[in-house]
Design a binder for this molecule. Structure first.
Ligand SMILES: NC(=O)c1ccc[n+]([C@@H]2O[C@H](COP(=O)([O-])OP(=O)(O)OC[C@H]3O[C@@H](n4cnc5c(N)ncnc54)[C@H](O)[C@@H]3O)[C@@H](O)[C@H]2O)c1
Length: 272
């Protein structure tokens, strides 16, 4: 935990989707450590073990709402809660997401739509719901409020048997650029940028490795981790906290002139 003098997010309010695990949780922890008030949303019930543990551990600076990013009514409940509790919002992190792999000819339309619903509709709905509050709150912040959309290296380049995920994350990348230009040209005090993680050790990635093991492509998840690490120039996978650094930078005054940008955090994977 940083000391009071370097809590650079004091007075800022953030909303982070999918904030109970993985990259989202690491972002929440960093923001709270920097003095921000953070509202976390995720699918788990408020009295679930994980939600209770996270809120208890993070103290008064964190609160939780169970909300599905695909649901318009859930977003309305979430914005009502933020308005009631804080009356402002400076940072929206659209992080919740999921994956889908398999040969394109084997993908079902319901599975395709599920991925698009979470990864793309979720980002659109969250942005639409919070734009008025972000615009109001952005007047008091250098560079304006900040929308941070978590895309992927898979939103930058194609990858075999990953077409639905590639398409969804590519959509997040360009949606982010479009709203960035829209807000800037209308002089609305909101910036929007995307983060493109490489391979990060999270429950999502571990579940993906397990599926490959179940299909017989490897004996142990650890073998797949080693293979992924070997294809990454720095020779290792990322810890979620290494993504939180980029999300901290994009949330704050140091990135006040950045909008419509893509921040790649991938250990050199796309530089090859
Ligand atoms: N882990 C990686 O290697 C990696 C790489 C690139 C991009 N990403 C992206 O980063 C983001 C976070 O991934 P992660 O690896 O931390 O995943 P994770 O599964 O570990 O955590 C994601 C969280 O989002 C929540 N969530 C899922 N669907 C939701 C929904 N419909 N509504 C609300 N919450 C929902 C989950 O419950 C979970 O707590 C995702 O958008 C993912 O696509 C991850």
């Amino acid at each position: 935990m940083s000391n009071a003098n370097d809590r650079r997010m004091q007075g800022r309010v953030a909303f982070v989707t999918g904030g109970l695990r993985g990259i989202g949780l690491a972002i929440v922890e960093r923001y709270v450590a920097e003095g921000a008030s953070v509202v976390i949303s995720d699918l788990d019930k408020p009295d679930s073990n994980i939600a209770s543990e996270v809120i208890e551990r993070l103290g008064d600076h964190a609160s939780y709402i169970a909300a599905n990013v695909t649901g318009e009514d859930d977003w309305k409940r979430a914005s009502d809660m933020v308005r009631e509790r804080h009356g402002k919002l400076h940072i929206l992190v659209n992080n919740a997401g999921t994956d889908l792999t398999g040969p394109v000819e084997s993908l079902s339309l319901p599975d395709w739509r599920r991925i698009m619903g979470i990864n793309v509709d979720g980002v659109f709905l969250g942005t639409r719901e919070f734009v008025p509050l972000l615009a109001e709150s952005g007047k008091e912040v250098r560079g304006g409020s900040s929308i941070i959309n978590i895309s992927s290296i898979m939103g930058l380049v194609g990858y075999a048997e990953t077409s639905a995920y590639n398409a969804s994350k590519g959509a997040v990348r360009l949606f982010t650029k479009a709203i960035a230009i829209e807000f800037a040209t209308k002089k609305m005090p909101i910036r929007a940028n995307s983060i493109h993680p490489g391979f990060v050790v999270t429950p999502l990635m571990q579940a993906g490795f397990q599926r490959w093991v179940d299909k017989g492509f490897a004996e142990r998840p650890e073998d797949l981790m080693e293979t992924m690490a070997a294809t990454t120039p720095v020779g290792r996978l990322a810890d979620p906290s290494e993504l939180a650094g980029a999300a901290f930078f994009l949330a704050g005054d140091d990135s006040s002139y950045m909008t419509g940008a893509e921040v790649v955090v991938d250990g050199g994977w796309t530089a090859q």
